[in-house]
Design a protein around this ligand. Structure first.
Ligand code: UD1
Length: 400
């Protein structure tokens, strides 16, 4: 299992916080990593990607303007905002634009930075943040946003005094970021809880860090096993990061064996219907909702899936219906009646996870399913086709 996409991009951005050379290992071989390298190069860093190691050398004075060309290609690039305000006292980051899974405003990022003493506006298609001085503050997030927690955290580590972020996101990737920042000399307490307390320091030093395993990719393979009546063993991920997901698979009838650094999912016959409700960690991850729909589509019985994080994440369900799923959505609920067999059809992936969910459905559909726009999948899954065929999936990539 490679490193987590949702961790590595933030760790790369964190390298902006210290002058010198930061080394990040276990980087996944996904498109977003070289894209993030380009964003950092645009800010004056030297970045070398060699195998699974990213070596990032940050200058004494990084540039503060992340331009549209670099940023528009992937939304996570907005995580340079916090580090740039901290290091340069100014950041101009092009707005990444729309997203297939719903609107993704930056209001919480901005209001957090304002409480730290920055001015922040949207100007000419960019989010601009500027501060004479950053100072500690008490910040209560209206929702435990992953991105807002990270940006505020990365600004607060170099602010004067103490910052408390309440209702902070608790995702394992945030804990990973806190671990790296603390190793760089930051003073962060409470990682993995809803309250982060950050004592600002004058400067941070570069460090070496190994990215945690990708729980979303790992769980995708686990769900694939449950959907196909298969047997999959995953190494290189902390199974505690997937406690709820593995519980759900148990309810679906899978036999789960947990090891210190991985897990095995074995399934005989059709899975049973299970209800899912996506929530911030430790709830069921919204990034696995498309795979949950896929599982429900072939399960025995009726499942209710509730999406609580992204408003438009059910859009791809139309594509599942094209594959024969008996699914109906109403607002943020989907009711899925499992069918004995899906039937192949051409379908289009609209984002990383929807694409992966459609491929899993294609694996159990009768006949040959063509999934288009699979470049989305490459943004988050290294060797997707190779890994799936290694697991016995009859899948081929067609470069059209
Ligand atoms: C990150 C993950 C993404 C995952 C998501 C939720 C990365 C690169 N991406 O995205 O894979 O699906 O967490 O686990 O790490 N919101 C606002 N205002 C804000 C910020 C967020 O309204 O200022 C809303 C969003 O529109 C969304 C919800 O909060 O409805 C959650 O978003 P957030 O946790 O910020 O997700 P991301 O960090 O964008």
């Amino acid at each position: 299992m490679g490193g987590a996409k949702n961790s590595v991009l933030k760790l790369m951005a964190a390298a902006l916080l210290a002058e010198g050379t930061t080394v990040i290992s276990n980087c996944p071989d996904i498109l977003d990593v070289p894209l993030m390298a380009d964003v950092l190069r645009g800010l004056g860093c030297e970045v070398v990607l060699d195998g699974d190691v990213a070596t990032i050398t940050t200058p004494a004075q990084p540039k503060y303007h992340a331009d549209f060309e670099a940023v528009r290609q992937f939304r996570a690039s907005v995580c340079v905002l916090g580090p740039l305000v901290a290091r340069c006292r100014k950041a101009v980051v092009a707005l990444p634009g729309g997203d297939a899974i719903g609107s993704r405003p930056l209001d919480m990022h901005q209001s957090g930075l304002r409480l730290l003493g920055a001015r922040s506006e949207i100007e000419h298609g960019c989010v601009v943040a500027e501060a004479d001085d950053l100072h500690g503050a008490n910040i209560r997030l209206a929702f435990p946003s992953v991105g807002a927690t990270e940006n505020i955290l990365m600004a607060a580590v170099l602010a004067k005094g103490e910052t408390v972020i309440d209702n902070a996101a608790r995702e394992p990737e945030i804990v990973d970021l806190c671990t790296m920042l603390n190793r760089m000399g930051a003073k962060i307490a409470g990682a993995g809880s809803t309250t982060l307390t950050i004592r600002g320091v004058e400067r941070l030093e570069p460090t070496s860090h190994r990215v945690i395993g990708d729980r979303i990719v790992a769980a995708t393979w686990g769900i694939a096993a449950a959907m196909t009546g298969g047997d999959v063993t995953v190494h290189g991920v902390n199974p505690k990061h997937l406690t709820l997901v593995l519980d759900k698979l148990r309810s679906a009838g899978s036999r789960i064996t947990v090891a210190p650094n991985g897990f095995r999912v074995e399934q005989d016959g059709r899975p049973q219907a299970v209800n899912f409700a996506t929530l911030p960690y430790p709830g069921f991850p919204t990034d696995l909702q498309p795979m949950a729909i896929g599982l429900a589509a072939v399960a025995e019985g009726t499942s209710m899936i509730t999406e609580n994080v992204f408003e438009a994440r059910f859009r791809f369900v139309e594509e599942m219906i094209r594959l024969g799923a008996d699914a109906r959505t109403d607002g943020h609920h989907a009711v899925v009646r499992g069918v004995a067999e899906l039937s192949s059809a051409p379908v289009w992936s609209s984002d990383i996870r929807a694409g992966a969910g459609l491929v899993l459905a294609g694996l159990v559909a009768d006949g040959v399913t063509e999934v288009h726009d699979v470049f989305h999948i490459d943004r988050g899954y290294p060797r997707f086709v190779e890994d799936l065929s290694g697991l016995g999936g009859d899948i081929r990539r067609v470069n059209d």
